[in-house]
Design a protein around this ligand. Sequence first.
Ligand code: NAP
Length: 252
Amino acid sequence: MRRVLVLGGTWDARDLAARLDADPAVSVTSSLAGRVRDPVLPVGDVRIGGFGGVDGLAEWLQVNDIDAVVDATHPFAARITANAADATARVDVPLLVLRRREWEPGPGDRWHTVPDLAAAAGAVPALGERVFLTIGRQGVDAFADGSGWFLVRAIDPPDVSMPARSELLLDRGPFSVDDEVSLMRRHRIDVVVTKNSGGALTSAKLEAARRLDIPVVMVSRTPIPVGVASTSDLEVAVRWLTQPHGQRPRIV
Ligand code: NAP
């Protein structure tokens, strides 16, 4: 029996857990941070809450006799990704990062790529007054001093300062392009701000912005730690986990 820890909180992590749970040779535990009040739970065993940094995660891996870890967390969850790299190296447990491909601009897109949320907040005033802020609830405070009007969409209410002139829209994807177009029209949106999360489930806003000729401020990801294997392909991750150690596909 191979014991696998999936660091989750994403649709990809839930898909992976479902695939692994169906394999009688694998025992999978998914881990969630516990940020979302009413999370969509993966199938199989689930643990919720932080591990207590690198030390806590390394200890958890040893106590639970874990054979391999897949970090399938959100591309912007940089702290847990760094912790997973350090903890698995310390206790010599193989680690694979499963991460959706980044979105790429296509013909007709008006993207302004920025390194972080502070730079995104700085870029917004030159692009428009009415802002669709679709970065989740974390980091909304980077826009708290913004003078424009903000439509803030998140699954749960942000527990940080919001811009003075804003409306909160609580909703969970996936969203359709038609719905995103109507939402942006209804609120007379001038500019969209998003993180480069990648994947099809929340990309409708990008297609909608293209159709409406609206600029998009796109926040870049933090790179995966150097030397850590990664893939965007769920099937590759499943093979990596389920084949004997020496026969695992080489992934860089
Ligand atoms: P983060 O900044 O990278 O991590 C902060 C701390 O939260 C970590 O040090 C760890 O605490 C704990 N943690 C994070 N993910 C965990 C997990 N899967 N299982 C157990 N503990 C976890 O993470 P974040 O950006 O706050 O994201 C939290 C969770 O929300 C992640 O699981 C991520 O997949 C999901 N999520 C994040 C975003 C986003 O935009 N950041 C979007 C959608 C979903 P300890 O140090 O105590 O272990």
